[in-house]
Design a protein around this ligand. Structure first.
Ligand code: NA7
Length: 538
């Protein structure tokens, strides 16, 4: 259905956590809009990531939307850290409850967007060739929606089954009796490995760098406990609102320096048993901010790993030496380290024996050939900017977004970028979405974008664009916060490392706002209170 005669007031791109809420807000606003989704159904991340062990790292009751009291009353979480199938059910439940499916067009990948300056309209071209027009485009593309598969020599020749974790098939994947290789030990690999170790004949883990990881401590939620959680929702959300990352953990008030090593060890023993990110977020602030305190905590976690892995040499390989605890995205685990105590699990350290290439029958490192039936690429994403960079976006004066951002990402509040009028980003680059409990961040973004649209429509404006001064201010604030972070020199997707970057490009980019959710929310609120003084309306 092409719609050349009647442009839409808005088009949303993406039907994940952000796109669903954005659709609800636009429906409430009463604008004429459509939402395109490349996948065959809604859910975004929770539609795509179907690998075994995939679940929240955020407490489930802090991950759900909080915009509707009725929704909070109606939905029961079954586990403290809900698994992917339930998360997908939840998002479907939300879409059905608010009758949002009518706005979505699935299997519609947006290929390009072209700004028409004379008409103040975007032309949106789908992979099918269909073209749609809209006054505003709201991108809800997620932060980890563009997978990264390393270009190993010979990968196409492999005669077994191979896929990236993002493409884990919906139909059950036979594991029994199979020789499986997995490349990557980030949050995804660490969730999959213990889940499949007991189901396969052999599991070979190809690790380039280990990550720190601590127990998730997941449990089922009984109906009585769910009732209790429901009665405390206001309190839970108030805590999340105070937390830098939007989680229900607040840092320890007592100073690290006021405690003895014994007291600290006792406290860390307790945090190690607590749920979720407690050891990272409910700890003394200094364990994150002060190098000596961080070294002490890292040594504590290293000892925990040594205590859980039988083979001493394997344990050492699983302990990071290139970054301190919490200096990269902290994966949470369920019996991950114990998986290496199994006879059928083997850890290959790619620093010692790099991969030479993939053969018809497996993976060859410089040391030996590993026969495999299935290769799992748990190799991560082109994080944060990947979704936008896969669309050719041509703005005012023919400027292409990928060119504008070639050397550095640049936005106003992570919501707009100058030269691309009427394009609004939810959970965009330089917002807090890469560093937080995601829904806590996107709710703020969706509400801000919707309020800006309401203001624009009320003023009968047809064009909005971030001012240069607004963008300069935000870029400086983003850089200032990231440079202050103790991990600012650690290479990871937190610091903008892009495995697809052109040769010679910097490993570090300012892709995320590290000032924390409370500060970010205040910047957005101030902008609205000042009647969007850094947005040019015409
Ligand atoms: P991550 O955290 O980016 O992890 C990717 C992993 O893949 C990591 O261990 C990488 O090693 C490894 N990798 C990447 N390229 C290669 C090559 N060429 N050879 C060997 N190993 C490689 O992605 P995840 O999917 O685990 O997690 C992403 C987020 O999803 C996560 O933070 C959650 O928020 C949800 P490296 O450390 O770079 O040496």
């Amino acid at each position: 259905m092409s719609n050349k005669n009647r442009p839409y007031e808005a088009i949303i791109i993406g039907a994940g956590v952000a796109g669903i809420y954005q659709a609800k807000m636009l429906a409430d606003l009463g604008v004429n809009f459509l939402a395109f989704e490349a996948n065959d159904d809604l859910g975004g991340t929770w539609f795509k990531n179907r690998y075994p062990g995939c679940r929240f790292d955020s407490e489930s009751y802090t991950y759900g939307y909080k915009f509707s009291r009725e929704l909070l009353e109606e939905w029961d979480w079954k586990e403290h850290f809900s698994p992917q199938p339930d998360n997908l059910k939840y998002l479907n439940f939300v879409a059905d409850k608010f009758d949002l499916r009518q706005y979505f067009r699935f299997g519609c990948r947006v290929q390009s967007m072209l700004w028409d300056e004379s008409a103040h309209l975007w032309s949106i071209t789908l992979a099918s060739g269909e073209v749609y027009q809209a006054r505003f485009v709201i991108t809800c593309l997620g932060v980890l929606s563009k997978k990264f598969v390393p270009a190993f020599k010979g990968a196409d020749e492999f005669s077994g089954v191979a896929f990236h974790t993002y493409d884990w098939p919906a139909d059950p994947v036979p594991l029994s009796g199979r020789k499986v290789g997995i490349i990557g030990t980030g949050a995804t690999g660490i969730q999959i490995i213990p889940e499949i170790a007991g189901k396969v004949a052999e599991l070979t883990v190809f690790q380039r760098h280990p990550n720190w990881s601590v127990p998730l401590n997941n449990d089922p939620i009984s109906s009585a406990e769910m009732e209790d959680i429901r009665s405390r929702y206001d309190e839970i959300f108030a805590t999340c609102k105070k937390s830098q990352g939007g989680f229900c953990h607040l840092p320890m008030r007592r100073d690290y320096t006021d405690t003895t090593p014994e007291e600290r060890r006792e406290f860390w023993d307790e945090l190690y048993e607590r749920r979720g990110f407690a050891l990272l977020l409910a700890n003394y602030r200094e364990t994150f901010l002060d190098a000596q305190a961080n070294r002490e905590l890292s040594a504590y976690v290293a000892d925990r790993i040594r205590g859980r892995v039988n083979d001493a040499a394997t344990a050492e390989k699983l302990i990071p030496t290139n970054h301190g605890f919490g200096m990269r995205r902290l994966p949470l685990e369920t019996r991950y380290f114990e998986a290496y105590n199994r006879e059928n699990v083997r850890l290959i350290d790619l620093n010692e024996t790099p991969i030479e290439g993939i053969t018809q029958t497996g993976i060859r490192t410089v040391a030996q050939h590993h026969d495999l039936d299935l290769i799992i690429y748990a190799t991560g994403f082109q994080a944060i900017t990947g979704g936008l960079s896969s669309i050719v976006i041509e703005g005012a004066d023919g400027q292409v977004l990928n060119d504008k951002w070639r050397d550095e990402t640049s936005t106003y509040l992570g919501t707009m970028t100058r030269g691309f009028p009427n394009m609004l980003m939810v959970a965009g680059p330089q917002s807090v979405s890469g560093s937080t409990n995601y829904p806590q961040a996107i709710e703020t973004g969706v509400e801000w974008v919707t309020a800006l649209l309401r203001h624009t429509l009320a003023g009968q404006h047809t064009r909005i664009e971030a001012s240069q001064a607004g963008e300069d201010f935000w870029n400086a604030e983003v850089a200032f916060r990231q440079d202050q972070m103790p991990f600012s020199k650690v290479r990871s997707w937190f610091t903008g490392y892009n495995p697809n970057a052109a040769a010679g490009a910097s490993d570090f980019r300012y892709n995320n706002y590290w000032g924390g959710v409370p500060k970010y929310r205040k910047f957005l609120q101030d902008a609205a209170d000042e009647h969007y003084s850094q947005v040019e309306f015409s």
